[in-house]
Design a protein around this ligand. Structure first.
Ligand code: GLU
Ligand code: MG
Length: 450
């Protein structure tokens, strides 16, 4: 700085960040002065292939296909920009980030980019099935204060009031970030809360899941609170799920999952779609419940999922037909949606949603018949009864789930080779890095990461 400039006081520049959310659901990126955004619109910024092989333990998987080689670009999707100008800490800089697709330096799509995979699958629904995908992710999380606060009763107004300041800022910031928040609610666990938002179309739904996580973390940071979306944050904690609500519409926006005369109100197409998800569910778990600690949650009587079955309003079912209400007079078909419950926030929202869509599409293409429909609690049936209903158990470890994925035939084949190779490499390394941890240690370990 020259002497002449010395009189001009410095002020922090507004900063924007180009981000991608990777295979382990971590959002990473590079920042620049916001007024230079036009410079990055076409060619984005640089990125490194081996970044995609990072484990949650922050170590790059040694067996990854990229090594020290190669260069990529993060190309911004300007329609996905999130700007939250201010929050509870008046000194905190604005939050401003833009989701990107990872591309080759010549602009071609990169085969291991989960956002591109989701984009391609959504396009395939449009082009081949004449369908559009409407989705919303619900998130549960733990919120802790630096000085322990008294435990409040589940779902109580007192539990809400304990974090009322946080709730107000969170809803405000989510709204500013374009997330369309719906409800903030105290959950069953101690210091456990849930945030829901409205459904939206295609890739934007998975972007929105990232936005919920990052905006929640931002508000918590500004208020000196500690937030964790990890599936189980301590050995006796109530688990945190991510529930993905999905519905399908034709290209004119008419809902197609519902038929009043069908099994549990599912149309023929809806039945094939659900059958595909159930058929591939053990393999899907490798992607939707993708860390060792995920299997501390996927257990009977956790209101999560431990068997592949479809239930009407049944919270022990991996796939649930959500309640529709008649009191408002709204048509059933527009409310009707399926909730996938075997998911947690250690999953990449883009990869998980893409895999689920692929499984559902395979169900439609292969005209799979829907079995495993039950309103019973699957764990309370005996082995024989479950077999008679076609209900299969979900994997109980990540290693088993990865095996199911590897042997899942059409689902495995539908995933791009470089993405799968990277994913298996990093998951193998993650398993090795965590194998010595007890269940309690696993919970604490992942609570700090997610
Ligand atoms: N906490 C449960 C889970 O881990 C979900 C409870 C609920 O249905 O809201 O998925
Ligand atoms: Mg809940």
């Amino acid at each position: 700085m020259s002497r002449l400039d010395a009189a001009t006081p410095l002020a922090p520049l507004p900063v924007s960040t180009l981000v991608c959310t990777d295979l382990i659901g971590v959002t990473r990126g590079r920042s620049f002065p916001s007024d230079e955004l036009p410079h990055y619109v076409d060619a984005g910024c640089g990125w490194v292939p081996a970044n995609s092989a990072l484990t949650p333990q922050d170590i790059i998987a040694s067996a990854n296909p990229w090594g020290a080689y190669g260069d990529l670009r993060l190309i911004p999707d300007l329609s996905s920009r999130v700007t939250v100008d201010n929050g509870p800490d008046a000194q905190a800089p604005a939050l401003d980030f833009i989701h990107c697709d990872v591309r080759e330096t010549d602009g071609r799509p990169w085969a291991a980019c989960p956002r591109t995979l989701l984009h391609d699958e959504v396009q395939r629904y449009r082009a081949e099935l004449g369908l559009q995908v409407f989705a919303a992710f619900e998130h549960e999380f733990n919120l802790d204060t630096p000085h322990p606060q008294p435990d409040r009763l589940a779902f109580s107004l007192q539990a809400q009031r304990q974090q009322a300041g946080f709730a107000g800022w969170l809803l405000s910031a989510l709204r500013a970030g374009g997330v369309e928040p719906e409800m903030f609610l105290p959950e069953y666990g101690k210091h456990q809360y849930e945030i829901t938002c409205r459904p939206t179309l295609g890739v934007a739904a998975a972007d929105r899941a990232v936005n919920v996580r990052e905006i929640t973390r931002e508000i918590a940071r500004q208020m000196g609170l500690d937030v964790s979306f990890a599936p189980k944050t301590s050995e006796h904690a109530v688990c945190n799920g991510v529930h993905l609500h999905m519905s399908l519409q034709d290209l004119d926006g008419n809902p197609v999952l519902h038929d009043a005369g069908g099994v549990n109100g599912l149309s023929g197409l809806g039945q094939h779609w659900a059958a595909g998800v159930l058929h591939y569910l053990p393999a899907l778990c490798a992607i939707t419940a993708p860390t060792p600690v995920s299997y501390e949650r996927l257990q009977p009587h956790h209101w999560s999922a431990s068997y592949a079955c479809l239930g009407q309003r049944n919270r022990e079912a991996a796939l649930r037909i959500c309640p529709t209400v008649s009191v408002s007079g709204k048509p059933v078909a527009t409310q009707y949606n399926l909730e996938f419950r075997a998911m947690d926030a250690t999953a990449s929202p883009h990869l998980a949603m893409a895999a689920l869509l692929i499984a559902g599409r395979l169900g439609i293409e292969q005209r799979l018949a829907l079995t495993a429909v039950t309103d019973e609690i699957p764990d309370e049936l005996n082995e024989e009864q479950r077999r008679a209903r076609g209900i299969i158990a979900l994997p109980t470890t990540l290693a088993q789930a990865l095996d199911c994925l590897r042997h899942s035939g059409a689902l495995f084949e539908a995933l791009p080779g470089p993405l799968v190779e990277t994913y298996f490499a990093l998951k193998a390394q993650e398993l090795a890095l965590t194998q010595a941890l007890s269940p309690a240690e696993l919970c604490e370990h992942y609570a700090r990461i997610y």
